[in-house]
Design a protein around this ligand. Structure first.
Ligand code: ADP
Ligand code: GLC
Length: 488
């Protein structure tokens, strides 16, 4: 089978704009596919936070049918930083020049159906303009889920009709729904507003449409692919996941081991690797200094880098905070998300004594310094489709404390005090007692069994979480999707 051509269409891509792990995947996977010889390219919106200096502007503007006419757009082209992956940015500032990705802080954008319909339809228009017919359109969560619907309807007889589509489910709980009256703005036919397509309880659900229309579906870990077929994990769509079960597989995310490499990470004051952890001690000292914590090498430092949302269990961490700090540890939380949590963190950081500091906002560089400077990383998610931070932590020799769910359970080996085996510490119940108890267990291991702790650190750092294997598995899914599409 010859190499595949695949166009990633997504709302985030690390290196340009990112709100979470989806953006990391949309950057790293195309790079890994390209290394295997496939023609992988990326389309994202040109949010105003992405500067266009150094990019090539296409000579002809692109018309995207939307609303009452065509949305005329500029197209910028560049490469994914550090790679030769082409990236196309669709520029329509009335839709994306707003200083936010999905919604303004504490509010809801009024026109997200149109904004993200534009992304899907725009990607198809771009392919036609470039005469680029990819074998696969690879779309991600609800923001690009309308693409397979367009492909099977308005494009069904067009030049892209032989292209297959793959929808990756990063998080089934994120389901944007819109009033049915807005459907005409998308130029999709009313006939798609039915329960076995876009319709969800009378509303338009792009995700549902994508799940029905995509040629194949993937989820970001095998465990999550199973969880979403159950009422407990299916976010109301488990029946659909079961109905499409034969076309759904789980592929565990990798991590970009060049971006997340403590030996070469430009965000760190001192590099280090598994053979010499002296640099890690220096990173800890620098982090304590940066955050205004006492520079104590002996005190266990616990890091959190997270979206502040129910999914991540940060509410339970907040409830457990005083008891955790009573264990004579230091803690640093870097997070952004719901406004009440942000407010609490800022307040607590000012009034919480000398053991706790929070940084509210989104900082890529600080997230790297926390991964490097902390001894332990806390991530007790309610559910976690895959999770990347627990893998970054292991690569940085920072032992993760995780709840045994989804991808967290798949990627962390629990400590065994009898043998010293393991790469982290697991809890099962999401309660304050379980969180405090597991943190205590990790802290006691740090203090009383330093030789076990050091061996776990080295073992964690030597684990392979790279994208190579996952990229090969995606290439197999692409071939499978093409066969299904063209055989049909
Ligand atoms: P999710 O995508 O559900 O948020 P993941 O663990 O898959 O969870 O990925 C989260 C990504 O977003 C990681 O790269 C993490 O470092 C990053 N991240 C989350 N919050 C912040 C923040 N406040 N500042 C910097 N990076 C963050
Ligand atoms: C989602 C999930 C997270 C996953 C990420 C990348 O944001 O919440 O678990 O790691 O997507 O696939």
């Amino acid at each position: 089978m010859p190499p595949t051509s695949v166009l990633f269409v997504a709302s985030e891509c690390a290196g340009f704009v990112k709100a979470g792990g989806l953006g990391d995947v949309v950057a790293a996977l195309p790079a890994a596919l390209r290394a295997l010889g496939h023609d992988a390219r990326i389309v994202i919106p040109r949010y105003d936070v992405i500067p266009t200096q150094g990019m090539t502007k296409h000579a002809t503007p692109l018309g995207v049918p939307l609303g009452r006419g065509d949305a005329w757009s500029a197209v910028y082209e560049t490469r994914l930083p550090g790679t030769d992956v082409p990236v196309y940015l669709l520029d329509h500032q009335a839709l994306f020049g707003r200083g936010y990705l999905y919604d303004p802080p504490g509010a809801v954008a009024p026109d997200n159906l149109v904004r993200f319909a534009y992304l899907s339809r725009g990607a198809l228009q771009l392919c036609k303009a470039l005469r680029f017919v990819p074998d696969i359109f690879h779309v991600h969560d609800w923001p690009s889920a309308l693409l397979p619907v367009y492909l099977n309807t308005v494009e069904a007889r067009g030049p892209l009709a032989r292209s297959a589509s793959v929808l990756t489910i990063h998080n089934l709980a994120h389901q944007a729904r819109f009033p049915a009256s807005e459907l005409p703005l998308t130029h999709l036919p009313w006939s798609e507003l039915r329960p076995d397509s876009l319709e969800d309880h009378g509303a338009v659900s792009p995700l549902k449409g994508g799940l029905v229309h995509a040629t194949k579906l993937t989820a970001v870990s095998p465990r999550y692919a199973a969880e979403i077929r159950t009422p407990a994990g299916g976010a109301g769509l488990d029946f659909l996941m079961r109905a499409r079960g034969a076309d759904l597989i789980g592929i565990l995310n990798g991590i970009d081991d060049e971006v997340w490499n403590p030996a070469t990470d430009p965000a760190l004051p001192v590099p280090y690797d598994a053979d010499s952890l002296a640099g890690k001690a220096a990173c800890k000292r620098a982090l304590q200094q940066e955050m205004g914590l006492a520079e104590r090498p002996d005190v266990p430092l616990i890091g959190v880098v997270s979206r502040l949302s129910e999914q991540k269990g940060t509410d339970v961490v907040f409830a457990a905070l005083s008891r955790i700090l009573d264990l004579d540890v230091q803690m640093v939380i870097v997070g952004s998300g719901d406004l009440a949590s942000e407010g609490y963190l800022l307040w607590r950081s000012h009034h919480g004594g000398d053991r706790f500091r929070a940084w509210v906002g989104f900082s890529e560089a600080l997230s790297h310094r926390v991964e490097a400077g902390a001894d332990l990383f806390l991530m007790p998610s309610r559910f976690e489709p895959c999770g990347l931070n627990q893998m970054y932590s292991q690569r940085y020799g920072t032992l993760p404390i995780v709840r045994a769910t989804g991808g967290l359970d798949d990627t962390v080996d629990n400590y065994d005090a009898a043998t010293g085996e393991g790469t982290g510490f697991k809890l099962w119940d999401l309660t304050v007692d379980a969180v405090v108890g597991t943190v205590r267990w990790a802290v006691e291991t740090y203090r009383q069994r330093p030789e076990h702790f050091a061996r776990m650190q080295r073992r964690a750092m030597q684990r392979h979480f790279g994208w190579g294997e996952a990229a090969r598995r995606y290439a197999d899914v692409y071939r499978w999707a093409v066969e299904t599409r063209r055989g049909a």
